[in-house]
Design a protein around this ligand. Structure first.
Ligand SMILES: Nc1ncnc2c1ncn2[C@@H]1O[C@H](COP(=O)(O)OP(=O)(O)O)[C@@H](O)[C@H]1O
Ligand SMILES: [Mg+2]
Length: 267
């Protein structure tokens, strides 16, 4: 039976850097099997917030609850041990290493006894390939190939598979689709849906309101360190969300200004 206690919750979290308020009284929560999209313009505070959730920064005030209990992450390892996995924009992979070595980086499988202990490449290759394919990425057929031969979307997929294999309960994805083309972005969004169906909670950070609307269950829009809007699927249109993100008024002013640069119609 699943409960309604969120995996992670931020309550009135504020963060100051040398007197500058990067976050002010931000609250959000994510439960198992839910995708929360975190939206906002550059400098809105998205990365600062996920750094707090993943143990990189401590909040200046406010609290983080893990399964309903106060969590004090002193370092990223504490958050990882609690099942919080963060995947950065380019998947954090090492291009020259094989797919399977990247998959098992820091958790390599070995065989034999000292002094003949060595990496069990065969087993690592097999498991990595099984895992990647089980999440629906079937184009990858050889995990001994270097990661550098993978596309951007496949690298994201690798990082996501790795996190779930090693027991992530909450996956934080920082702009996973921003450097990708349409087809690749779709692959990654499908993977997020698959991960959600396995009961993992996801925080998806994105600039793209359409990507967010296609997958999100809940949405939090940050602007200048504050929550500008917080709503659930179906409560707002993509156009409204775009307006919230860019600061609708500013966007309208810009459009008017650009009007004068429009090519003149030939009469
Ligand atoms: N380590 C830091 N030291 C000082 N200021 C920071 C630091 N990290 C972020 N900031 C500031 O906090 C604000 C929010 O930044 P950030 O969280 O990176 O936004 P986003 O990820 O939404 O683009 C910005 O004004 C940024 O300059
Ligand atoms: Mg950022």
């Amino acid at each position: 039976m699943s409960t309604n206690i969120p995996i992670i919750e931020a309550r009135n979290v504020s963060k100051e850097f040398a007197g500058i308020a990067a976050l002010q009284e931000v609250s959000l929560k994510v439960s198992a099997g839910e995708v929360l999209c975190l939206l906002g313009d550059n400098g809105a505070g998205k990365s600062t917030l996920i750094k707090i959730l993943s143990g990189v920064h401590a909040p200046s005030s406010g609290e983080i609850l893990l399964d309903g209990k106060p969590a004090a992450f002193r370092e990223p390892r504490d958050a990882r041990n609690a099942g919080i996995a963060t995947v950065h924009q380019y998947g954090g992979t090492v291009p020259l290493m094989s797919i399977s070595r990247n998959f098992f980086l820091g958790a390599e499988i070995v065989k034999g006894r000292w002094p003949l202990r060595r990496l069990d490449l065969q087993t690592m290759n097999r498991i990595a390939l099984e895992q990647i394919q089980s999440l629906g990425v079937r184009r990858v057929t050889d995990s001994s190939r270097p990661v550098g031969t993978l596309s951007g979307g496949q690298r994201q997929a690798l990082a996501i598979c790795r996190a779930t294999y090693f027991g992530a309960r909450l996956l934080i994805l920082d702009e996973p689709t921003s450097a990708l083309g349409v087809r690749e972005a779709t692959t990654v969004l499908k993977l997020v849906a698959e991960v959600r169906s396995r009961g993992i909670g996801v925080i998806l950070i994105t600039h793209n309101a359409h990507h967010a609307m296609s997958i999100g269950d809940h949405f939090v829009v940050l602007g200048h360190g504050k929550v500008v809007a917080s709503f659930s699927r179906g409560e707002k249109s993509a156009a409204e969300v775009v307006g919230l993100m860019a600061g609708g008024v500013e966007l309208q002013a810009l459009e008017l200004e650009l009007e004068q640069f429009k090519p003149k119609a030939v009469s």
